[in-house]
Design a protein around this ligand. Structure first.
Ligand SMILES: [Fe+2]
Length: 303
């Protein structure tokens, strides 16, 4: 059973610039530096929430999902091993990253490298005070895919996700618990990262985090607004070192899983932004979130 997104690992061509962005602008906490890697944490007990690694071009190294027990890791590995459209990177075993634990890495049906892990040590962290605008942790990740039905089926069959909602036939929200979505897929010409969303404490903190970024000279790609589907607020910014898109969000809908029925929503202005405060979702916004074809597909990170 997948409980949450543990961390995201990104390859970035300018590690110093990327670290400055995520540590000093996005306000994650530096928790470790190791050779060519930087580990950043949020206001939660995860050993880290974002890993940056120096690479020649931007790539997604890993999307790491937390499961409840080592038996869950083994069960997912067995399901991956039986499929022809996915590939194990290695066998389940001790996790070789800060926090340790037990993990397996594999490529999903688009070639992304995923890690599922259990038994990872928690970190002593500085809890957020009320009004603190630092991120609490990762809320969700949205992925671009060339075949949204294939991706949906893979995440349902191998990882136990359930569909929460669709927007027409091109945006699929997936959950593993009451949070409306941990992962969502959107149709695109290539597989890549659409964005990583970080949770902040509340709407006031969300607006002040958004405003802090704007005052510090970071162009707001899209927002501030509040999505209709999922009900969460959104402000999207771009990491200037890599172009990866990051979101501040809060107030994501919690569904009653005993009664929830997925719906197919039309794409409307109200559905996209119920507040009506964001800039238009135009080609420039879509292009930023589509990103470039990910050179990390079917190529696991060396660490
Ligand atoms: Fe999002």
């Amino acid at each position: 059973m997948i409980s949450h997104i543990r961390q995201v690992s990104l390859g970035v061509p300018d590690l110093t610039r990327a670290r400055d962005f995520y540590e000093h602008q996005w306000q994650l906490d530096l928790v470790g530096v190791d050779d060519d890697r930087v580990y950043l944490g949020a206001g939660c007990a995860e050993s880290y929430s974002l890993r940056l690694r120096s690479t020649s071009e931007p790539r997604v190294d890993l999307l790491a999902l937390a499961v409840t027990t080592p038996a869950d890791v083994d069960a997912i590995a067995e399901r991956v091993a039986r499929r022809s459209d996915a590939r194990l990177v290695g066998l389940p075993g001790p996790r070789q990253e800060p926090g340790g634990g037990y993990a397996v890495r594999f490529h999903d049906c688009d070639g992304r490298t995923l890690e599922v892990s259990a038994g990872v040590d928690q970190r002593a962290y500085e809890p957020l005070a009320a009004t603190d605008t630092r991120p609490v942790g990762i809320s969700h990740v949205v992925l671009n895919t060339v075949d949204i039905q294939r991706s949906r089926r893979f995440y349902e069959d191998v990882l136990g996700f359930k569909v929460s909602d669709w927007v027409e036939d091109y945006f699929c929200f997936l959950r593993t618990g009451p949070a409306h979505h941990l992962i969502a897929f959107t149709s695109a010409p290539h597989a890549s990262l659409n964005h990583v969303a970080f949770e902040v404490l509340g709407i006031d903190e969300f607006m002040r985090a958004t405003g802090r970024m704007m005052r510090n000279g970071h162009p707001l790609i899209w927002g501030p607004g509040r999505h209709g589907v999922g009900d969460n607020t959104f402000s999207y910014f771009s990491d200037p070192s890599s172009g990866f898109v990051m979101e501040y969000t809060t107030a994501l809908q919690l569904v009653d899983e005993s009664t929830w029925e997925p719906q197919v929503h039309a794409s409307t202005d109200q559905g996209i932004d119920q507040w009506g405060t964001s800039n238009p979702l135009d080609d420039a916004v879509r292009s930023s979130m589509r990103g470039r074809p990910d050179p990390g597909l079917w190529t696991p990170p060396p660490v």
